[in-house]
Write a protein that binds this ligand. Sequence first.
Ligand code: HPA
Length: 246
Amino acid sequence: MGLLAVIGGSGFQRLGGLEVVSTEQPETPFGPVSAPLVRGELAGRSVLFLARHGAGHRLAPHRVNYRANLWALRACGARQVVGLAAVGGITAAYGPRVFALPDQIIDYTYAREHTFHDGESHPVHHVDFTEPYCAQLRGALRAACELAGVPATPTATYGATQGPRLETAAEIVRMERDGCDLVGMTGMPEAVLARELDLNYASLAFVVNWAAGKGEGAITMAEIEGHLAYCTGQVERILAALAAAS
Ligand code: HPA
C-alpha cells in the first residue's frame, strides 16, 4: 500500500494519537512546505502528517503552497495521501457533523499554482482526472469509518472555492445547481497535484456548518468551531482504524 500521509486542515495542527518519531523540513523546487513534516506511528503504522495551513493556521487557503506540500510528501516516501476537509454542507443530506468521502470535484478556485505540468518544471501534460480521487483509498476509508463506528456518506461532489471569505447565498444556489454537495476551500489544487505525482489521494470530509443561505442566518465561527471540535475525535478514530487495517 505504501507510506500513508495525512494532510490536516482546519482543526488539525497536529494529529491526535500520532506518536512522533521525527520532523523533517524538506527542500522542494517549489519553495517551502506549509510546516515541517511529522513522521510518527499511528496504530502501529508509520505515517506522515502535514499541517496544511502551517503553524498557528497562518496560511489562507489561496496562500498554501500546495505544490511544495505534495512534492515534499512524495519525496519523503508517501504513496497514499488523505486530505482532511472541514466543509460546508449544501444539499440536505450533508448537514453539520456528517462525514463524507467525496468522489467528484468542481473547481471554482483561481490564480493558484495548480499544476506541475506547466512546461517549466515539467513538460505540458494533460493528466486524466475523470475520477479525481483514488477509489481504493476511498474504499479503505469507508471500511475505516465502519470500523470506527462513524457513519459516512460514501459519495459527494466537493466544490472548491477561493476563499478566504465564505460564499454568498447566490453562489451556493449556483453550486447546488451545478451538483455540489459540499463546499470547501482547499480541495483544489491539492487533489490534482496528487494525481500529477501519481499519489493515491482521497478526501475525508466532515461538515462543520450549513453553507451560506442553507442554515439560519449568518455563519458564525462559534458554530463552525463547535462542530469541528465534535468531528476531531471521530477523524482521529477513523485514521487510526485506517492505519491499523493497512
Ligand atoms: N464554505 C467554504 N469553505 C468552508 C465552509 C463553507 O461554508 N465551511 C468550512 N469550510
